[in-house]
Design a protein around this ligand. Sequence first.
Ligand code: HEC
Length: 487
Amino acid sequence: MRSSMLWTVASVFLFWGGVSPAAPPEKGPAPGISYRRDVAPILKRHCTTCHTKNDAQGDLNLDSVKSFAAGGKSGPAFKAGKPDESLVLRMLTGARKPAMPYKQPPLSKALVSALRQWILAGAKDDSIPTPVVEHIVLPRTYRIAPAVTSVCFSPDGKLLAAACRSEVVVLPVDGKGEPQRLPTESDLLTCVCFSPDGQTLAAVGGSPGQYGEVRLFAAAVGAASRAAPAKQVRLGSPDLRGETFQLRSARRIGKDTLFRGGFSPDGRTLALGGADSAVYLVPSGDGEVRKYDLHSDWVSAVAWSVDGRLLISGSRDKTIKVSLVESGRLIRSIATSTDYVNAVVSTPTMAISAGRERVPATYDLKLALGEVALRGTGNEMGPDRPSAQYTRRLETQPGEVHDLAVNAKRTLLAVAGNFGEARLYALPDGRRLATLTGVPAPVYGIALSNDGTRVATGSYNGQVGIYDAATGKLLRQLVPVPLAGKN
Ligand code: HEC
Protein backbone atom coordinates (compact mmCIF):
# COMPACT_ATOMS: atom_id res chain seq x y z
CA MET A 1 0.00 0.00 0.00
CA ARG A 2 1.26 3.40 -0.87
CA SER A 3 2.19 5.17 2.27
CA SER A 4 3.28 8.70 1.41
CA MET A 5 1.13 11.32 3.05
CA LEU A 6 0.39 12.67 -0.38
CA TRP A 7 -1.48 9.50 -1.07
CA THR A 8 -3.88 9.48 1.78
CA VAL A 9 -6.46 10.73 -0.68
CA ALA A 10 -5.46 8.31 -3.39
CA SER A 11 -5.38 5.40 -0.99
CA VAL A 12 -9.11 5.61 -0.69
CA PHE A 13 -9.29 4.62 -4.32
CA LEU A 14 -6.83 1.81 -3.85
CA PHE A 15 -7.82 0.31 -0.58
CA TRP A 16 -9.42 -3.02 -0.90
CA GLY A 17 -10.76 -4.42 2.33
CA GLY A 18 -11.57 -7.86 0.97
CA VAL A 19 -13.83 -9.86 3.25
CA SER A 20 -12.99 -13.51 3.57
CA PRO A 21 -15.82 -15.66 2.34
CA ALA A 22 -17.16 -18.22 4.78
CA ALA A 23 -15.96 -21.74 4.02
CA PRO A 24 -18.44 -23.32 1.65
CA PRO A 25 -19.20 -27.04 2.07
CA GLU A 26 -16.46 -29.18 0.55
CA LYS A 27 -18.69 -31.46 -1.52
CA GLY A 28 -20.06 -30.14 -4.79
CA PRO A 29 -20.01 -26.61 -5.94
CA ALA A 30 -21.38 -24.19 -3.39
CA PRO A 31 -24.63 -22.70 -4.55
CA GLY A 32 -24.12 -19.29 -6.03
CA ILE A 33 -20.34 -19.13 -5.70
CA SER A 34 -19.41 -15.90 -7.34
CA TYR A 35 -16.19 -14.69 -8.93
CA ARG A 36 -17.05 -11.10 -8.19
CA ARG A 37 -18.02 -11.63 -4.58
CA ASP A 38 -15.84 -14.55 -3.50
CA VAL A 39 -12.85 -14.94 -5.80
CA ALA A 40 -11.86 -11.52 -7.09
CA PRO A 41 -11.33 -10.13 -3.57
CA ILE A 42 -8.94 -12.99 -2.76
CA LEU A 43 -6.92 -12.42 -5.91
CA LYS A 44 -6.92 -8.70 -5.39
CA ARG A 45 -5.76 -8.99 -1.86
CA HIS A 46 -3.27 -11.81 -2.03
CA CYS A 47 -2.08 -12.09 -5.61
CA THR A 48 -2.24 -8.97 -7.70
CA THR A 49 0.80 -7.33 -6.16
CA CYS A 50 2.69 -9.73 -8.45
CA HIS A 51 0.17 -10.69 -11.11
CA THR A 52 -1.20 -7.69 -12.97
CA LYS A 53 -0.86 -6.50 -16.51
CA ASN A 54 2.00 -4.20 -15.59
CA ASP A 55 3.85 -6.72 -13.47
CA ALA A 56 2.91 -10.24 -14.46
CA GLN A 57 5.19 -12.62 -12.57
CA GLY A 58 5.34 -15.97 -14.35
CA ASP A 59 3.53 -14.10 -17.18
CA LEU A 60 0.28 -14.49 -15.27
CA ASN A 61 -2.11 -11.57 -15.10
CA LEU A 62 -4.93 -12.00 -12.57
CA ASP A 63 -6.80 -8.79 -13.44
CA SER A 64 -9.67 -10.60 -15.15
CA VAL A 65 -11.17 -14.09 -15.47
CA LYS A 66 -10.06 -14.09 -19.09
CA SER A 67 -6.42 -13.40 -18.35
CA PHE A 68 -6.54 -15.73 -15.32
CA ALA A 69 -7.85 -18.53 -17.58
CA ALA A 70 -5.25 -17.78 -20.26
CA GLY A 71 -2.63 -18.46 -17.59
CA GLY A 72 1.07 -17.73 -17.65
CA LYS A 73 4.26 -19.22 -18.96
CA SER A 74 3.17 -22.74 -17.98
CA GLY A 75 -0.16 -22.54 -19.79
CA PRO A 76 -3.76 -22.23 -18.55
CA ALA A 77 -3.94 -21.59 -14.80
CA PHE A 78 -7.02 -23.78 -14.35
CA LYS A 79 -9.38 -26.21 -16.05
CA ALA A 80 -12.99 -25.19 -15.50
CA GLY A 81 -14.76 -27.96 -13.56
CA LYS A 82 -11.51 -29.72 -12.68
CA PRO A 83 -9.91 -28.02 -9.72
CA ASP A 84 -7.57 -30.87 -8.88
CA GLU A 85 -5.97 -30.74 -12.30
CA SER A 86 -5.64 -27.00 -12.10
CA LEU A 87 -2.20 -25.48 -11.86
CA VAL A 88 -3.33 -22.67 -9.63
CA LEU A 89 -4.77 -24.98 -6.98
CA ARG A 90 -1.74 -27.21 -7.08
CA MET A 91 0.40 -24.15 -6.40
CA LEU A 92 -1.92 -22.87 -3.69
CA THR A 93 -1.71 -26.16 -1.82
CA GLY A 94 2.02 -26.46 -2.40
CA ALA A 95 1.65 -29.66 -4.45
CA ARG A 96 3.55 -27.80 -7.14
CA LYS A 97 6.46 -25.52 -6.38
CA PRO A 98 6.91 -22.65 -5.95
CA ALA A 99 3.87 -22.42 -3.70
CA MET A 100 1.66 -19.35 -4.07
CA PRO A 101 1.42 -16.71 -2.82
CA TYR A 102 5.12 -16.62 -3.56
CA LYS A 103 7.30 -16.59 -0.44
CA GLN A 104 4.32 -15.72 1.71
CA PRO A 105 2.21 -17.74 4.15
CA PRO A 106 -0.30 -20.00 2.36
CA LEU A 107 -3.92 -18.93 2.01
CA SER A 108 -6.33 -20.18 4.65
CA LYS A 109 -8.31 -23.35 3.89
CA ALA A 110 -11.45 -21.26 3.48
CA LEU A 111 -9.89 -19.14 0.76
CA VAL A 112 -8.39 -22.09 -1.10
CA SER A 113 -11.75 -23.78 -0.87
CA ALA A 114 -13.51 -20.78 -2.35
CA LEU A 115 -11.21 -20.88 -5.37
CA ARG A 116 -11.72 -24.61 -5.68
CA GLN A 117 -15.50 -24.24 -5.54
CA TRP A 118 -15.46 -21.58 -8.18
CA ILE A 119 -13.38 -23.67 -10.57
CA LEU A 120 -15.52 -26.71 -9.81
CA ALA A 121 -18.64 -24.72 -10.63
CA GLY A 122 -17.25 -23.88 -14.05
CA ALA A 123 -15.25 -20.72 -13.35
CA LYS A 124 -18.04 -18.39 -14.39
CA ASP A 125 -17.28 -14.74 -14.89
CA ASP A 126 -19.87 -12.58 -13.17
CA SER A 127 -17.65 -9.55 -12.81
CA ILE A 128 -18.98 -6.15 -13.66
CA PRO A 129 -16.54 -4.55 -16.06
CA THR A 130 -15.03 -1.51 -14.37
CA PRO A 131 -14.31 1.06 -17.03
CA VAL A 132 -11.21 3.18 -16.77
CA VAL A 133 -12.14 6.41 -15.05
CA GLU A 134 -12.82 8.67 -18.00
CA HIS A 135 -14.47 11.56 -16.35
CA ILE A 136 -13.78 12.98 -13.00
CA VAL A 137 -16.87 14.90 -12.04
CA LEU A 138 -15.97 17.97 -10.07
CA PRO A 139 -18.40 19.02 -7.40
CA ARG A 140 -19.85 22.49 -7.81
CA THR A 141 -19.06 23.01 -4.17
CA TYR A 142 -17.16 20.78 -1.75
CA ARG A 143 -18.37 19.64 1.63
CA ILE A 144 -14.79 19.05 2.73
CA ALA A 145 -11.97 20.97 1.11
CA PRO A 146 -9.59 18.68 -0.78
CA ALA A 147 -5.92 18.74 0.23
CA VAL A 148 -3.80 21.24 -1.63
CA THR A 149 -0.95 19.17 -3.02
CA SER A 150 1.04 21.80 -4.91
CA VAL A 151 1.18 25.59 -5.22
CA CYS A 152 2.97 27.88 -7.66
CA PHE A 153 3.22 31.62 -8.33
CA SER A 154 2.99 33.09 -11.82
CA PRO A 155 6.34 34.61 -12.82
CA ASP A 156 5.08 38.13 -12.13
CA GLY A 157 3.90 37.04 -8.68
CA LYS A 158 0.32 38.17 -9.22
CA LEU A 159 -1.36 34.80 -9.52
CA LEU A 160 -1.17 31.69 -7.44
CA ALA A 161 -2.12 28.28 -8.82
CA ALA A 162 -3.16 25.59 -6.34
CA ALA A 163 -3.68 21.90 -7.08
CA CYS A 164 -6.85 20.82 -5.26
CA ARG A 165 -7.29 17.08 -5.84
CA SER A 166 -8.63 16.99 -9.42
CA GLU A 167 -8.72 20.68 -10.24
CA VAL A 168 -6.40 23.62 -10.35
CA VAL A 169 -7.60 26.89 -8.88
CA VAL A 170 -5.90 30.08 -10.08
CA LEU A 171 -6.17 32.88 -7.54
CA PRO A 172 -5.22 36.54 -7.67
CA VAL A 173 -2.60 36.88 -4.92
CA ASP A 174 -3.99 40.20 -3.73
CA GLY A 175 -7.50 38.76 -3.49
CA LYS A 176 -8.91 41.22 -6.01
CA GLY A 177 -10.62 39.17 -8.69
CA GLU A 178 -12.36 35.86 -9.08
CA PRO A 179 -10.56 32.54 -8.74
CA GLN A 180 -10.66 30.38 -11.85
CA ARG A 181 -11.28 26.65 -11.63
CA LEU A 182 -9.52 24.42 -14.15
CA PRO A 183 -10.74 20.80 -14.21
CA THR A 184 -8.54 17.81 -15.02
CA GLU A 185 -9.06 14.07 -15.33
CA SER A 186 -6.58 13.20 -12.60
CA ASP A 187 -7.74 11.46 -9.45
CA LEU A 188 -5.04 13.43 -7.75
CA LEU A 189 -2.89 16.24 -9.05
CA THR A 190 0.67 16.28 -7.75
CA CYS A 191 2.06 19.41 -9.35
CA VAL A 192 1.13 22.78 -10.80
CA CYS A 193 3.70 25.02 -12.45
CA PHE A 194 3.88 28.03 -14.74
CA SER A 195 6.12 28.26 -17.78
CA PRO A 196 8.87 30.88 -17.41
CA ASP A 197 6.94 33.37 -19.57
CA GLY A 198 3.76 32.81 -17.56
CA GLN A 199 1.76 31.98 -20.67
CA THR A 200 1.31 28.30 -19.87
CA LEU A 201 0.12 26.61 -16.71
CA ALA A 202 0.77 22.90 -16.33
CA ALA A 203 -1.31 20.56 -14.17
CA VAL A 204 0.29 17.18 -13.53
CA GLY A 205 -1.03 14.05 -11.87
CA GLY A 206 -2.96 10.98 -12.91
CA SER A 207 -4.79 7.97 -11.62
CA PRO A 208 -2.72 5.45 -9.67
CA GLY A 209 -2.03 2.34 -11.74
CA GLN A 210 -3.96 3.70 -14.72
CA TYR A 211 -2.43 6.77 -16.31
CA GLY A 212 -0.37 9.86 -15.82
CA GLU A 213 -1.84 13.14 -16.98
CA VAL A 214 -0.41 16.44 -18.14
CA ARG A 215 -2.80 19.30 -18.92
CA LEU A 216 -1.56 22.55 -20.30
CA PHE A 217 -3.64 25.68 -19.95
CA ALA A 218 -2.84 28.76 -21.98
CA ALA A 219 -3.24 32.27 -20.67
CA ALA A 220 -5.94 33.86 -22.73
CA VAL A 221 -7.42 37.27 -22.81
CA GLY A 222 -10.99 36.92 -21.71
CA ALA A 223 -14.19 38.35 -23.09
CA ALA A 224 -14.04 41.39 -20.87
CA SER A 225 -10.85 42.65 -22.39
CA ARG A 226 -11.65 41.50 -25.92
CA ALA A 227 -14.51 43.96 -25.79
CA ALA A 228 -11.98 46.68 -25.25
CA PRO A 229 -9.22 45.81 -27.72
CA ALA A 230 -7.50 49.16 -27.40
CA LYS A 231 -6.42 48.38 -23.89
CA GLN A 232 -3.86 45.63 -23.93
CA VAL A 233 -4.41 43.33 -21.00
CA ARG A 234 -1.40 41.28 -20.09
CA LEU A 235 -1.42 38.32 -17.81
CA GLY A 236 -1.27 39.42 -14.25
CA SER A 237 -2.23 42.99 -14.94
CA PRO A 238 -4.39 44.49 -12.19
CA ASP A 239 -7.44 43.85 -14.33
CA LEU A 240 -7.68 40.17 -13.53
CA ARG A 241 -11.24 39.82 -14.65
CA GLY A 242 -9.95 39.80 -18.20
CA GLU A 243 -7.49 36.97 -17.53
CA THR A 244 -8.45 33.40 -18.04
CA PHE A 245 -6.68 30.15 -18.70
CA GLN A 246 -7.96 27.86 -21.40
CA LEU A 247 -7.22 24.20 -21.90
CA ARG A 248 -4.67 23.89 -24.67
CA SER A 249 -3.75 20.22 -24.48
CA ALA A 250 -4.42 17.14 -22.39
CA ARG A 251 -2.19 14.11 -22.55
CA ARG A 252 -2.31 10.77 -20.85
CA ILE A 253 1.17 9.45 -20.35
CA GLY A 254 2.25 6.04 -19.13
CA LYS A 255 0.35 3.79 -16.77
CA ASP A 256 0.75 5.55 -13.47
CA THR A 257 0.73 8.91 -11.73
CA LEU A 258 3.27 11.56 -12.65
CA PHE A 259 4.99 13.56 -9.96
CA ARG A 260 6.58 16.95 -9.53
CA GLY A 261 8.83 18.70 -11.94
CA GLY A 262 8.88 21.86 -13.96
CA PHE A 263 9.44 23.65 -17.24
CA SER A 264 12.84 23.91 -18.86
CA PRO A 265 14.33 27.43 -18.75
CA ASP A 266 13.27 27.91 -22.41
CA GLY A 267 9.75 26.80 -21.53
CA ARG A 268 9.64 24.18 -24.26
CA THR A 269 9.76 21.01 -22.19
CA LEU A 270 8.28 19.82 -18.96
CA ALA A 271 10.37 17.37 -16.91
CA LEU A 272 8.38 15.19 -14.51
CA GLY A 273 8.85 12.24 -12.23
CA GLY A 274 6.97 8.97 -12.65
CA ALA A 275 5.59 6.37 -10.26
CA ASP A 276 7.17 3.88 -12.69
CA SER A 277 10.71 5.02 -11.70
CA ALA A 278 11.22 6.99 -14.92
CA VAL A 279 11.82 10.65 -15.67
CA TYR A 280 9.50 12.02 -18.35
CA LEU A 281 10.20 14.85 -20.74
CA VAL A 282 6.97 16.23 -22.13
CA PRO A 283 7.13 18.84 -24.91
CA SER A 284 4.86 21.81 -24.31
CA GLY A 285 3.94 21.75 -27.98
CA ASP A 286 3.34 18.65 -30.05
CA GLY A 287 6.06 16.07 -30.24
CA GLU A 288 7.11 12.87 -28.62
CA VAL A 289 7.29 12.30 -24.90
CA ARG A 290 10.71 11.02 -23.88
CA LYS A 291 11.16 8.62 -21.01
CA TYR A 292 14.41 7.99 -19.18
CA ASP A 293 14.56 4.97 -16.89
CA LEU A 294 16.87 6.30 -14.23
CA HIS A 295 15.63 5.13 -10.85
CA SER A 296 14.39 2.01 -9.09
CA ASP A 297 11.37 3.54 -7.32
CA TRP A 298 9.00 6.50 -7.67
CA VAL A 299 10.67 9.60 -9.01
CA SER A 300 9.11 12.13 -6.64
CA ALA A 301 10.58 15.28 -8.14
CA VAL A 302 12.67 16.55 -11.03
CA ALA A 303 14.49 19.87 -11.35
CA TRP A 304 16.37 21.40 -14.28
CA SER A 305 19.87 22.74 -13.87
CA VAL A 306 19.81 26.51 -14.29
CA ASP A 307 21.46 26.22 -17.73
CA GLY A 308 18.82 23.70 -18.82
CA ARG A 309 21.32 20.98 -19.72
CA LEU A 310 20.96 18.66 -16.75
CA LEU A 311 18.10 16.93 -15.01
CA ILE A 312 18.27 16.43 -11.27
CA SER A 313 15.85 13.77 -10.09
CA GLY A 314 15.02 12.64 -6.57
CA SER A 315 13.40 9.32 -5.79
CA ARG A 316 12.00 7.03 -3.19
CA ASP A 317 14.98 4.85 -4.06
CA LYS A 318 16.82 7.35 -1.78
CA THR A 319 19.09 8.65 -4.51
CA ILE A 320 19.44 11.88 -6.43
CA LYS A 321 20.53 11.40 -10.03
CA VAL A 322 22.06 13.90 -12.35
CA SER A 323 21.59 13.12 -16.03
CA LEU A 324 21.88 14.78 -19.40
CA VAL A 325 18.65 16.27 -20.77
CA GLU A 326 19.59 15.43 -24.34
CA SER A 327 20.24 11.73 -24.00
CA GLY A 328 19.12 10.79 -20.52
CA ARG A 329 22.66 9.59 -19.86
CA LEU A 330 23.29 9.25 -16.14
CA ILE A 331 26.25 11.32 -15.01
CA ARG A 332 26.14 10.97 -11.26
CA SER A 333 24.11 9.08 -8.73
CA ILE A 334 24.23 10.69 -5.31
CA ALA A 335 23.32 8.27 -2.57
CA THR A 336 23.80 10.19 0.63
CA SER A 337 20.18 10.18 1.75
CA THR A 338 19.10 7.41 4.08
CA ASP A 339 15.43 7.67 3.16
CA TYR A 340 12.91 8.72 0.48
CA VAL A 341 13.78 11.88 -1.42
CA ASN A 342 10.62 13.95 -1.92
CA ALA A 343 11.85 17.23 -3.39
CA VAL A 344 14.73 18.66 -5.41
CA VAL A 345 15.60 22.17 -6.57
CA SER A 346 18.68 23.66 -8.22
CA THR A 347 20.82 26.79 -8.14
CA PRO A 348 23.61 27.69 -10.59
CA THR A 349 26.10 25.87 -8.37
CA MET A 350 24.05 23.40 -6.37
CA ALA A 351 21.39 20.76 -6.30
CA ILE A 352 19.32 20.64 -3.13
CA SER A 353 17.20 17.75 -1.95
CA ALA A 354 15.07 16.82 1.03
CA GLY A 355 12.63 14.14 2.09
CA ARG A 356 11.88 11.72 4.83
CA GLU A 357 15.33 12.08 6.30
CA ARG A 358 14.24 15.57 7.46
CA VAL A 359 17.61 17.11 6.59
CA PRO A 360 17.79 19.17 3.41
CA ALA A 361 21.16 18.60 1.74
CA THR A 362 23.00 20.65 -0.83
CA TYR A 363 25.37 19.20 -3.41
CA ASP A 364 28.06 21.27 -5.06
CA LEU A 365 27.37 20.31 -8.66
CA LYS A 366 30.82 21.14 -9.96
CA LEU A 367 32.51 18.90 -7.41
CA ALA A 368 29.84 16.24 -7.69
CA LEU A 369 30.25 16.03 -11.44
CA GLY A 370 34.03 16.34 -11.36
CA GLU A 371 36.66 13.79 -10.58
CA VAL A 372 36.91 12.04 -7.26
CA ALA A 373 39.60 13.83 -5.33
CA LEU A 374 42.39 11.88 -3.69
CA ARG A 375 43.53 12.48 -0.17
CA GLY A 376 46.80 11.73 1.54
CA THR A 377 50.18 10.89 0.05
CA GLY A 378 52.24 7.75 -0.59
CA ASN A 379 50.73 4.60 0.91
CA GLU A 380 48.11 6.66 2.70
CA MET A 381 46.75 7.93 -0.56
CA GLY A 382 43.26 6.82 -1.54
CA PRO A 383 40.01 8.09 -2.84
CA ASP A 384 38.26 10.30 -0.37
CA ARG A 385 34.63 9.60 0.42
CA PRO A 386 33.56 11.58 -2.61
CA SER A 387 30.09 12.53 -1.47
CA ALA A 388 31.46 14.09 1.71
CA GLN A 389 33.32 16.59 -0.46
CA TYR A 390 30.28 17.99 -2.14
CA THR A 391 27.42 17.34 0.26
CA ARG A 392 26.41 19.79 2.94
CA ARG A 393 23.55 19.20 5.29
CA LEU A 394 21.31 22.01 6.42
CA GLU A 395 19.41 22.21 9.66
CA THR A 396 17.27 19.21 10.63
CA GLN A 397 13.56 19.91 10.13
CA PRO A 398 10.88 18.98 12.67
CA GLY A 399 9.39 16.38 10.31
CA GLU A 400 9.47 14.78 6.87
CA VAL A 401 10.02 17.38 4.13
CA HIS A 402 7.46 17.28 1.29
CA ASP A 403 8.46 20.24 -0.81
CA LEU A 404 11.18 22.80 -1.49
CA ALA A 405 11.06 26.07 -3.40
CA VAL A 406 13.56 28.69 -4.58
CA ASN A 407 13.20 32.22 -5.90
CA ALA A 408 14.35 33.22 -9.40
CA LYS A 409 17.76 34.45 -8.22
CA ARG A 410 18.14 31.30 -6.12
CA THR A 411 19.09 33.23 -3.05
CA LEU A 412 16.24 31.82 -0.96
CA LEU A 413 15.15 28.30 -0.11
CA ALA A 414 11.73 27.51 1.36
CA VAL A 415 11.13 24.19 3.16
CA ALA A 416 7.84 22.59 4.24
CA GLY A 417 6.49 19.21 5.24
CA ASN A 418 4.92 17.27 8.11
CA PHE A 419 5.22 20.14 10.54
CA GLY A 420 3.24 23.25 11.31
CA GLU A 421 5.70 25.76 9.96
CA ALA A 422 7.62 26.68 6.85
CA ARG A 423 11.23 27.76 6.99
CA LEU A 424 13.17 30.14 4.81
CA TYR A 425 16.92 29.87 4.33
CA ALA A 426 19.52 32.02 2.63
CA LEU A 427 21.45 30.42 -0.20
CA PRO A 428 24.15 29.39 -0.63
CA ASP A 429 25.08 29.51 3.06
CA GLY A 430 21.94 27.86 4.48
CA ARG A 431 21.32 30.41 7.24
CA ARG A 432 17.73 30.43 8.51
CA LEU A 433 16.08 33.75 7.68
CA ALA A 434 12.46 33.36 8.70
CA THR A 435 10.04 30.87 10.19
CA LEU A 436 6.40 30.96 9.15
CA THR A 437 4.39 29.52 11.99
CA GLY A 438 0.87 28.18 12.33
CA VAL A 439 0.81 26.48 8.92
CA PRO A 440 -1.75 23.64 8.99
CA ALA A 441 0.33 20.46 8.83
CA PRO A 442 1.07 18.39 6.89
CA VAL A 443 2.09 20.92 4.26
CA TYR A 444 2.33 19.28 0.84
CA GLY A 445 3.36 22.22 -1.31
CA ILE A 446 5.39 25.38 -0.93
CA ALA A 447 6.16 28.13 -3.43
CA LEU A 448 8.26 31.29 -3.54
CA SER A 449 7.46 34.17 -5.85
CA ASN A 450 10.19 34.89 -8.39
CA ASP A 451 11.15 38.13 -6.61
CA GLY A 452 11.36 36.30 -3.30
CA THR A 453 8.88 38.51 -1.47
CA ARG A 454 6.01 36.02 -1.11
CA VAL A 455 5.72 32.47 0.16
CA ALA A 456 2.68 30.27 -0.39
CA THR A 457 1.83 27.01 1.32
CA GLY A 458 -0.70 24.28 0.49
CA SER A 459 -1.96 22.09 3.31
CA TYR A 460 -3.72 18.76 3.78
CA ASN A 461 -6.83 20.52 5.09
CA GLY A 462 -7.34 22.39 1.83
CA GLN A 463 -5.94 25.69 3.02
CA VAL A 464 -3.57 27.94 1.18
CA GLY A 465 -1.48 30.47 3.09
CA ILE A 466 0.22 33.49 1.53
CA TYR A 467 3.02 35.04 3.58
CA ASP A 468 5.38 37.95 3.44
CA ALA A 469 8.81 36.35 3.07
CA ALA A 470 10.78 39.08 4.81
CA THR A 471 8.68 39.22 7.98
CA GLY A 472 7.07 35.79 7.95
CA LYS A 473 3.70 37.46 8.43
CA LEU A 474 0.56 35.70 7.19
CA LEU A 475 -1.09 37.92 4.58
CA ARG A 476 -3.99 35.72 3.52
CA GLN A 477 -5.35 32.32 4.36
CA LEU A 478 -8.04 30.77 2.22
CA VAL A 479 -9.59 27.64 0.81
CA PRO A 480 -9.27 27.89 -3.00
CA VAL A 481 -12.26 25.69 -3.85
CA PRO A 482 -15.85 26.76 -3.23
CA LEU A 483 -17.26 25.20 -0.09
CA ALA A 484 -20.90 24.24 0.33
CA GLY A 485 -22.85 26.77 2.31
CA LYS A 486 -20.38 29.58 1.62
CA ASN A 487 -21.81 30.58 -1.75
C1 HEC B 1 5.23 -11.89 -4.12
C2 HEC B 1 4.87 -12.16 -5.48
C3 HEC B 1 3.76 -13.16 -5.76
C4 HEC B 1 2.53 -13.26 -5.18
C5 HEC B 1 1.96 -12.40 -4.06
C6 HEC B 1 1.85 -14.31 -5.88
N1 HEC B 1 2.64 -14.81 -6.86
FE1 HEC B 1 2.12 -16.25 -8.18
N2 HEC B 1 3.97 -16.16 -9.00
C7 HEC B 1 5.00 -15.36 -8.57
C8 HEC B 1 6.21 -15.70 -9.29
C9 HEC B 1 7.58 -15.04 -9.07
C10 HEC B 1 5.86 -16.72 -10.18
C11 HEC B 1 6.78 -17.45 -11.14
C12 HEC B 1 7.34 -18.62 -10.38
C13 HEC B 1 8.27 -19.50 -11.20
O1 HEC B 1 7.90 -19.90 -12.28
O2 HEC B 1 9.35 -19.76 -10.70
C14 HEC B 1 4.45 -16.98 -9.98
C15 HEC B 1 3.75 -17.94 -10.70
C16 HEC B 1 2.41 -18.20 -10.50
C17 HEC B 1 1.65 -19.14 -11.26
C18 HEC B 1 2.18 -19.98 -12.40
C19 HEC B 1 2.22 -19.18 -13.65
C20 HEC B 1 2.80 -20.00 -14.79
O3 HEC B 1 2.11 -20.10 -15.80
O4 HEC B 1 3.92 -20.49 -14.61
C21 HEC B 1 0.37 -19.15 -10.76
C22 HEC B 1 -0.79 -19.98 -11.25
C23 HEC B 1 0.36 -18.21 -9.69
N3 HEC B 1 1.60 -17.63 -9.56
C24 HEC B 1 -0.77 -17.93 -8.94
C25 HEC B 1 -0.76 -17.06 -7.85
C26 HEC B 1 -1.92 -16.83 -7.04
C27 HEC B 1 -3.29 -17.47 -7.24
C28 HEC B 1 -1.54 -15.95 -6.09
C29 HEC B 1 -2.35 -15.42 -4.94
C30 HEC B 1 -2.94 -16.37 -4.05
C31 HEC B 1 -0.16 -15.62 -6.33
N4 HEC B 1 0.29 -16.29 -7.40
C32 HEC B 1 0.57 -14.70 -5.59
C33 HEC B 1 4.92 -14.37 -7.62
C34 HEC B 1 3.82 -14.17 -6.82
